[in-house]
Design a protein around this ligand. Structure first.
Ligand code: ADP
Ligand code: MG
Ligand code: ZN
Length: 485
């Protein structure tokens, strides 16, 4: 029997506010444990939460970008459960009447693309059930042979939860969707998208059913997926496992499972951990969240160009194939840099090659981001122009790039300072070439008698005399013309 996998994701994104969602504590990552807490986020008796308007507006912005209907009035509810990293005994979240519902994400996916060779292009449409606002819990640290420790800095950090319909059909589709969603959040400046630091987290719900069947099978939920690779691998594993279970005549058990990175398997979490009755109820300390129609319009009107639109525009404006357009829009910084550089170079494809090549490699080696690259976008563009015009050779360009990276100077200046400019002056090269031919009359004779391999020798002589600055293409042309006559 053929089985069809069915997948829906629950994505948690940390909103990039400076302070927490119900108090004024800082949200900065990496501060000493428990240094960013106050009576409100510790849940001390008598303290009162106040909602962070910026967090609400950020979640609304995401809802609009994901084509949702925004509930202008939504409720904050208490989700009750006990855990050591949750001092209040409840998490403030949204249950009934969430901030945004019924959205859709349309993204382009490339089946089987390898760099340079575009694969088949397909539009993937994924329904969004809801987008809601909630607060994060703290973090328990369980180390071997030690008491469990708790860090409450993350308590009350604003999160947005995005829940999709079960519209995804493979591990690869799920990770492509998450990658696109991450870009949307980056382009909206809502989330830093850092999966390692936990600013973007994802739980995956998965079931399988006989192909052609329309009702849903029993699902499992996989937690602990902190990279695209793990999401992809864990889903592929879990799909295979569920098919094996069904084929052996057993039934899939609805449960929460964890991805075990080392063993590359999923395993059930202890079932007690998910025997939950959260007893949601509206938080009596908080008023309903209300957004005015005017404010919503303002947010809508300030929407930046989204990554999908940007990729399509890069295709038509700069002639990038769809795969390259996706590469060029991997982050807003990358897209900005690409566009500024392409404008000054007039050779977009070459700009992209330099960016994924030398620029990325140098920056990665130094642990730097594109935004503090010593080589500015316009300067990279100028370098490519000097290369395309024949002022410098490809080999010189690599050297000039290294100098640009080390000194931050523009390429024109480096070329002048180092006297690098390629000699492309025809008459100047002609006199060098004829001088070389005169002083090697016997080699010329042998060449004309059929030893064509000597061409390289003559090129070498010209290069030596011009200290490598002769335009190699032109030297070859001139030599052939003068030798073959
Ligand atoms: P739960 O009540 O268990 O949290 P929800 O209905 O809230 O389930 O859905 C949570 C997520 O699981 C959503 O992303 C949804 O698309 C997905 N989902 C629901 N049922 C299935 C299923 N049978 N197979 C795969 N995914 C599913
Ligand atoms: Mg749920
Ligand atoms: Zn606080």
């Amino acid at each position: 029997m053929q089985y069809e996998p069915v997948i829906g994701l629950e994505v948690h994104a940390q909103l990039r506010t400076r302070s927490k969602v119900f108090c004024g504590c800082s949200t900065r990552f990496g501060a000493p444990p428990n240094s960013q807490t106050c009576p409100v986020c510790l849940g001390l008796p008598g303290s009162l939460p106040v909602v962070n308007v910026q967090a609400v507006e950020m979640a609304a912005r995401a809802g609009l970008a994901l084509e949702c209907r925004i509930n202008r009035r939504s409720l904050l509810a208490r989700k009750n459960y006990f855990y050591p990293d949750l001092p209040k005994g409840y998490q403030i979240s949204q249950f009934e009447e969430p901030l945004a519902v019924d959205g859709r994400v349309r993204l382009l996916t490339l089946d089987g693309r390898t760099r340079g060779k575009p694969g088949t292009l397909r539009e993937l449409s994924v329904g969004i059930i809801r987008v809601h606002l909630e607060e994060d819990a703290g973090k328990s640290i369980h180390a071997a042979r030690q008491d469990t420790q708790v860090n409450l800095n993350r308590c009350g950090v604003p999160l947005m939860e995005i829940v999709t319909h079960p519209d995804l059909r493979s591990g690869k589709e799920a990770s492509e969707f998450l990658d696109y969603l991450r870009r949307v959040l980056l382009f909206l400046s809502l989330c830093d998208g850092n999966m390692e630091e936990g600013s973007l987290r994802c739980d995956a719900n998965v079931s399988v059913r006989p192909r052609g069947e329309t009702s849903l099978g029993t699902k499992t939920e996989i937690k602990n997926l902190n990279s695209f690779r793990f999401l992809n691998k864990a889903l592929d594993y879990e799909i295979r496992r569920q098919i094996r279970v069904l084929e052996s005549g057993r039934e899939v058990v609805q449960e929460t499972r964890l991805w075990e990175e080392d063993l590359e398997v999923t395993r059930p979490m202890r079932s007690k951990e998910e025997a939950h009755d959260y007893r949601y109820f509206p938080d009596p300390d908080l008023l309903p969240v209300v957004i005015s129609a005017e404010r919503l319009d303002e947010i809508r009107n300030q929407m930046p160009e989204l990554p999908g639109d940007r990729a399509r525009r890069f295709g038509s404006q700069y002639g990038l194939d769809p795969g390259d357009a996706l590469v060029a829009t991997r982050t807003p910084e990358f897209a900005e840099y690409f566009e500024a550089s392409a404008k000054s170079a007039g050779n977009p494809k070459s700009v992209l090659n330099w960016m994924v090549g030398d620029v990325t490699h140098r920056l990665r080696r130094d642990g730097r981001g594109l935004e503090d690259s010593p080589v500015k976008a316009a300067d990279l563009g100028e370098l490519i122009r000097l290369l395309d015009e024949g002022t410098i050779s490809g080999k010189m360009a690599k050297g000039v790039f290294d100098r640009m990276y080390e000194t931050g100077k523009p390429p024109g200046k480096i070329v002048r300072e180092q006297n690098l400019a390629q000699i492309s002056d025809r008459s100047e090269l002609e006199s060098v070439v004829s001088g070389i031919l005169e002083s090697h009359a016997d080699a010329v004779e042998r060449y004309r008698n059929g030893k064509r391999g000597l061409l390289g020798f003559f090129v070498g002589q010209v290069m030596r005399q011009t200290r490598g600055q002769a335009n190699p293409k032109m030297v070859n042309q001139l030599l052939r013309r003068m030798l073959d006559r």
